[in-house]
Write a protein that binds this ligand. Sequence first.
Ligand code: HEC
Length: 468
Amino acid sequence: MKISTLLALVTLVGISAMGQEAAKLYQANCSHCHGNKLQGGSAQSLGDGVWKFGNSAGYITRNIKFGITHLGMPAYEETLSEREIRVLANFLLDAEKKSGATQAALPEFLQTLDYDIKVEVWAEGLDIPWGLTFLDAETALITERTGQLRVVAKGHLYSKSVNGTPEVLAEGQGGLLDVAFDPNYADEGNQWVYLSYSHGLELQPNGKRAGAMTKLVRGRINGNEWADEQVLFEAPHETYRTTRHHYGTRIVFGQKDDLYFSIGDRGTGAHAQDLSKPNGKIHRIHRDGSIPRDNPFRHIKTAMPSIFSYGHRNPQGLALHPKTGQLWAAEHGPLGGDELNLIFPSINYGWPLITYGKNYNGTSITEFVRKEGMQQPIWYWKPSTAVCGIDFYPGDLFPKWKNKLLVGSLKYEDLRVLDIEKDRVMHEEVILKNAGRVRDVVCGPDGAIYVVLNDPCTILRLSPMMKK
Ligand code: HEC
């Protein structure tokens, strides 16, 4: 654990031995989802005074012990002792009382091995920004997970979001997720914009929702209106899941009029191995939603024809290598199992039958890290950084980083540069740290690196400092 984080937590609760034990337990078991400083992450903040499932020590203890498993909160009764669970519950209640910890100030510049970098806030006042795509250096679209599509035009972020975009299920990890301009956007009659999001079925008479799944559409922006919408991918509704996590997803264009997108396992690992299910897969379709003739499972009757690769847990980073055209994917693993994969058609990436990670409550998922017929990751992060968006750097402003891979992480709040030769990671350097949870990283048309942050909800622009 980072000493600074431990200290931050200890100052929240006082420097008692009990406080230290609690901070350690919290870091090891809970920070992955609830944030390093209780501020929230893939699960909600535990320091904001809002207790949806009961605010007394008794309720909190019970929630930790038995979990809220249908929502993704694991049960700890097997892995923590009664006493440890009590220590944690008291720690959360104490921390809430003493909170008021503030975010570290943003650095004005960064030093890395190759460059001194200027850091600027490029967009702020956003509501959980999730995806970013550029048309040119001054024109961009940003998704907010809560459902809004925001426009940057002439370098200016408009306060009004686009009207009429699809209704999304903004719950748990779901909502409006990725966005992309068509690579031929400027061609006459094109002007397509692609969106991926959590699509929820109607509420039933009993007030329950029959489920939700990742869905993909394209449409055009006319004035400030979403228009001409076409559904590109909507899974059969019987495959929809009632869980609130692991939707994926990123959209990336291939070189043959095709596009790739990912869907997480929606909390059911076994589905990642089931070719009749959409979850736990990377899919490939044509830009109009039709199925490419050379998709690997097209001729298997029981398989979904859009599936390109399977055995994935929750891929939230996808990028095409600028030189080889190969598809790379980063996926959230369980504790200690975040992966970087090189994606080939028809290949099984093994989740949940093989993994380097463990369940969040410390129990093991499988004893296997490799198996015949299942692909090994190119790289894995242990401990998990909660790896998110990735992008290859094309090399204009930072020539020494040409074709290197930028990788963002939510939990470690950092941005890394990976030097990759063929299929091997030769070197990894952290270039930005503790500015916020890194949701996505995008190389802009101007050569700058744009970093989409949650907590604070801003987008940073990184450019080289000019030598005097
Ligand atoms: C795998 C992710 C994950 C981990 C790890 C995790 N939680 Fe949770 N936790 C959740 C989710 C998801 C919820 C429910 C959020 C929702 O949908 O409202 C939750 C809810 C809770 C709640 C109820 C909050 C409320 O509003 O009443 C408490 C308390 C809690 N977690 C404590 C802990 C503690 C303590 C640990 C570590 C021992 C921990 N959690 C580890 C995901 C996680």
